[in-house]
Design a protein around this ligand. Sequence first.
Ligand code: HGY
Ligand code: MN
Ligand code: MN
Length: 416
Amino acid sequence: MAQPGENLRINADRLWDSLMEMAKIGPGIAGGNNRQTLTDEDGEARALFKRWCEDAGMTVSVDEMGTMFARREGTDPDALPVYVGSHLDTQPTGGKYDGVLGVLGGLEIVRSLNDLGIRTKHPIVVTNWTNEEGTRFAPAMLASGVFAGLHERDWAYDRTDRDGKRFGDELQRIGWKGDEPVGQRKMKAFFELHIEQGPILEDEDIDIGVVTHGQGQKWLQVTITGRESHTGSTPMYKRRNAGLGMARVTELVHEVAMDYQPNAVGAVGHVEVYPNSRNIIPGKTVFTVDIRSPDKKILDMMDARIREGAAAICEALDVGHEIEQVGHFDPVTFDEGCVKAVRDAADRLGYSHRNIVSGAGHDACWINRVAPTAMVMCPCVDGLSHNEAEEIDPEWAQAGADVLFHAVVETAEIMP
Ligand code: HGY
Ligand code: MN
Ligand code: MN
């Protein structure tokens, strides 16, 4: 006798078509996407998502951080809803699937339930979290962080991008600042489908990553202050070179991460050099250190070593420095019940699967603090992401969305 929902499958072609349709908004220059948060392109993507959700019979609400909640009613309107989603914003040289697969995978579940005429006891809410990437406005996972109570809404509104534009003003400008207070929604569970953004699943030829944990991360914004002077006529001994300081701290970050292999990682991805002139010794550099580890103790040790090392480097170069922590979350353990729902779904559907720790941060990492949460991962080509060449196989999207479908619908309880 088939289990409830045993033969449930999503419509893979429709999901793929929606992914390709969404990818047309905010195209990159090399086949990916540049749809950064709170840009006009983000606004356009939101409007398309809203239209699709309403076409699928859902009602869409927007909270004060711009997060979108599309609700499909359950037979019991008072039952806690099951949430499913991710993010539509991308990196400046992002791919077509990072975040988007999780949002449109949630929409595809509702579309499939409509096709099959299936009702669930619990409502289902498909979610688009604002500013998951944190590339334009740090930190990452900003709206889900406010929702989970890690950040104050007004602090988030005051975050500025490199042109000095405020998050709150940009949200208002694109017309997506809702009036629903943030974080009051109660959830039965939250599920997020996401590409792995690493090489493990593809290398091992496995369909599904059952995400048991998320590694912790820290973003340290370093400002080094030296003195601008002529690159030709200033003798080496008289230089106070903020660019050299940045280079040495960048090397230090790499060396510290290499000391904690195989899991720790570290790099500097964002750099600003002032005045950035070919023949002026940099008087100031601002850059962000991104360090991560599944082990909190190691993450804290890396943080301490980098702060200590940076101080020594800057003293030796006679330059000043400041370090501001602009992002942080500790390693995350997802909810066992939700993780089991994901694993059982993969088994039932006949997809190969393995436990995996998420290398990237996700909105699920914050929502896990306020509701039982789990993630489903699918492979991506070459493990590549945060690169316009990010690519997945349509079958991988289908497998991930099928597993998400079962985990969500089982938790939302199919009505006979
Ligand atoms: O930084 C991250 O891990 C995520 O892509 N925002
Ligand atoms: Mn993402
Ligand atoms: Mn990302």
